[in-house]
Design a protein around this ligand. Structure first.
Ligand code: THG
Length: 372
């Protein structure tokens, strides 16, 4: 490698940083101005643990934006097109956020802690500044901040066994995206049934950054009988499962997409009458009908490594769309990817290819998810 990422104080470290270094982390990425482990040097083993056992991930980069005050829910509703009627403390929801033109700017999980305090567990963009500006400009009575909260994910088919051993049998009763405030021998936590994989599990939101190594080691000990090992959000599994990655699949600055194109349409009930940022734009887009749709792509030929930049999708050599991330799926024995294409480009369209740095690869479209 002729270069390395320069480590310095302008990028933040996670409370689990020292523990992941001790456990052999081999590379980091940057997300929400913070380092996130990329892998621990065993990609096949890390994937197999997620699919057949249990994995633990430092996802402190999933920062919380706290809205605290009488107008907390009103602000949350302004920020997302998803109607929040019926929101109740203890039940999380996936809530895409748009700008005034209807472009997606993040896709957080909303956690209502109480009637007057909610967290947005954000993807990779500066929601705190956005929420602060909207709150002030609208004269809302709500404080916006980033609290001392750092999630640690436990994911995989054996994740709930580890969570029950660590926290008690009650965790098994949490419904998807439900959460509860608790503590583990004095380590303050929010425990949620969630995580960025389709293999199941929980996320432990650590609420005291001085206890990172302590929590990491407790999860490791509780998980040892189940074969737990360190890992990171897994791009192969997320592509197979069709999970969205804000930043990879769309980003306002370089890959703008609206919620209908990304498949969030069923979450958005424009007839519910609620006001939100981007409403006029989404009404117009809904009336005109979508022009692009999310696609799954198979790429022919030998196994491919991941891509660094979006790739052009070509029809008879002419660019018609793009593929945002690719990987080789061992489960499918094929190269797969996701992207955006014109709605009129049917799944059985012949003559498609994807432009890779070293040449074009024949490709075909398919429905998402690849696996469920
Ligand atoms: N957990 C927490 N915070 C997060 C993420 C997370 N913040 C960043 C990022 N991930 C937010 N994006 C997503 C994307 C997908 C899902 C969750 C957060 C997800 N989607 C399921 C799906 O698409 O099948 C379920 C969606 C639904 O049923 O509503 O889980 O992972 N704390």
């Amino acid at each position: 490698m002729p270069y390395a990422i320069h480590i310095g104080p302008n990028v933040r470290t996670s409370p689990f940083f020292d523990a992941t270094v001790a456990d052999g982390v081999r590379g980091f990425s940057v997300y929400n101005h913070m380092y996130i482990p990329g892998h621990f040097g065993d990609p096949d083993g890390e994937y197999d643990r997620l699919l057949h056992g249990v994995a633990m991930w430092d996802v402190a980069v999933q920062r919380q934006v706290e809205l605290d005050g009488p107008d907390a829910m009103a602000l949350a509703q302004l920020l997302t097109p998803r109607h929040l009627g019926g929101a109740r403390p203890g039940q999380g929801r996936y809530v895409p956020l748009c700008d005034h033109d209807g472009w997606l700017i993040n896709d957080p999980v909303l956690l209502p802690l109480s009637e007057t305090r909610v967290w947005l567990s954000i993807a990779d963009s500066d929601v705190e500044l956005w929420a602060l500006a909207i709150a002030r400009e609208r004269g809302l009575d709500v404080a916006v901040s980033e609290p001392d909260v750092s999630p640690l994910a436990i994911q995989g088919p054996r994740a709930m066994e580890v969570a029950a051993a660590l926290l008690g049998e009650w965790v098994r009763d949490l419904r998807p995206f439900a959460f509860r405030e608790t503590d583990l021998d004095g380590i303050p936590l929010v425990v949620a049934r969630s995580g960025w994989s389709k293999q199941g599990g929980v996320e432990l939101y650590l609420r005291d950054c001085t206890r990172g190594t302590d929590l990491w080691d407790r999860v490791k000990r509780a998980g040892a009988p189940f074969g737990i090992g360190p890992g990171a959000p897994n791009d192969i599994e997320r592509l197979e499962s069709g999970l969205i990655s804000y930043g990879a699949d769309m980003r306002r600055q370089c890959l703008p997409a609206n919620p209908f194109e990304m498949g969030f349409g069923p979450m958005i009930d424009l007839s519910a009458g609620h006001d939100f940022i981007g409403r006029a734009a989404l009404e117009r887009i809904a009336a005109e009908g979508p022009t692009r749709r999310r696609i799954g792509v198979f790429l022919d030929g030998p196994p491919l490594a991941g891509n660094q930049r979006p790739l052009a999708l070509l029809r008879d050599g002419v660019e018609v769309g793009h593929v945002t991330e690719i990987a080789h799926s061992r489960r499918l024995g094929r190269n797969i990817g996701v992207g955006l294409a014109p709605v009129e480009l049917a799944d059985d369209t012949p003559g498609l290819s994807v432009r890779l740095p070293d040449g074009d690869r024949a490709a075909s479209l398919t429905a998402l998810p690849f696996l469920r």
